[in-house]
Design a protein around this ligand. Structure first.
Ligand code: ZN
Length: 167
């Protein structure tokens, strides 16, 4: 499964939960669920590089939005969910550098303890695109909804305390 798919689903889960610890646990477990679902991993190193760049760009955008909207509680939870769902694949990077056999890897879908199922590239891409689109939609809806809430609170504060328009 693409690394970016893992972290985008992890971010959406974390964002929906607004609970960073639960987001971390579910993110870490969701990695196995996505690895078990039939998919096709990139065939070339270029595929892995593009996937990693997409994932890193997405993570940086999340970090950036955390500094823009420091009061949005869903963002830290989304960052935790995303990070922990992407975390297991770090050992695959280590594996390529050190040429470690699969049995020595730690995550159950990487070492063969749980199945890592395959399907053809078009089905895999379509399926992963659906996960990404659904997750991003969920993320955007939740984040904007939260911001509207904050904006409403802020406007109320300005009207009551500063302008004394509402009693
Ligand atoms: Zn994996």
């Amino acid at each position: 499964m693409y690394w970016s798919t893992h972290i985008i689903l992890g971010a959406a889960t974390g964002c929906a939960l607004e609970k960073p610890i639960l987001a971390a646990v579910l993110g870490f477990l969701s990695h196995a669920l996505l690895d078990i679902l039939p998919h096709h991993d990139p065939d070339t190193p270029a595929g892995y590089v593009i996937d990693s760049l997409a994932g890193i760009t997405f993570l940086s955008l999340l970090w950036k939005s955390a500094s823009i909207y420091p009061k949005n509680r869903a963002i830290p939870s989304a960052i935790t969910g995303a990070s922990f769902s992407g975390l297991p694949d770090i050992e695959l990077l280590y594996k390529t550098a050190r040429k470690i056999p699969n049995e020595k890897l730690l995550y159950p879908t990487h070492n063969g303890l749980l199945p890592h199922l395959e399907t053809n590239p078009p089905t895999s891409n379509l399926f992963q695109a659906a996960i990404v689109v659904l997750s991003l939609s969920m993320l955007l809806v939740k984040l904007t909804r939260n911001e509207k809430g904050q904006l409403k609170k802020y406007l109320h504060f300005v009207m009551v305390k500063k302008l004394k328009l509402v009693h």
